[in-house]
Design a protein around this ligand. Sequence first.
Ligand code: ADE
Length: 225
Amino acid sequence: MRIDILTVLPELIEQSFEHSIIKRAKEKKVAEVHLHNIRDYSTDKHKKVDDYAFSGGAGMVMTIQPIETAISKLCSERNYDEIIYTSPDGETFKQSMANVMSSYTNIIILCGHYKGIDQRIRDNIVTKEISIGDYVLTGGELAAAVISDAIIRLIPGAMSDETSALTDSFQDNLLAPPVYTRPADYKGWKVPDILLTGNTQKIEEWRFEQAYERTRRLRPDLLED
Ligand code: ADE
């Protein structure tokens, strides 16, 4: 899978693709992430990428030209499954969305900044708008990093233990059960006895009960879906 991220601040998220599972996914060539600085595509002599909003109002608006030029170039090189714009007014990002997108071949993620982008880009170029939650970030870069991370780790081959993505929180609309490691007794804090029995069937049942109970207590809304 290839992800092209268009931003005015690539430095802000560069490092988020250089560690752990995402780094390994890139090394194993199951994922590629390309960061593009929108400014590089500006034909303005000062490399401007924003301008005042028509009819005034606070804040600058990202102009069409550099974004349209960058996306047209990318689209002339390959087909994209989705051209995503990160925005607080998009559809809320969920694990189910990450699952679907992890099967895509190419996506573009356009990061908003300032007061947003000219509406005509949203109307004519963007195919999907995604929010990572009901709060406003300074720009879409952190949202693009979150979305990319959630997608890449699901691509087959990205994780060393193929089954571990299946036991994540949300994968069955349930939170993940608690996990423990050695020692079995730390100053009297004991690991639940069941986990030391080696009875895999009973342990699986216990894990499911724990996941269900945790979900009922912390996120009952997930059980209603
Ligand atoms: N840009 C600013 N806030 C955002 C959010 N909550 N989600 C996605 N992109 C954003």
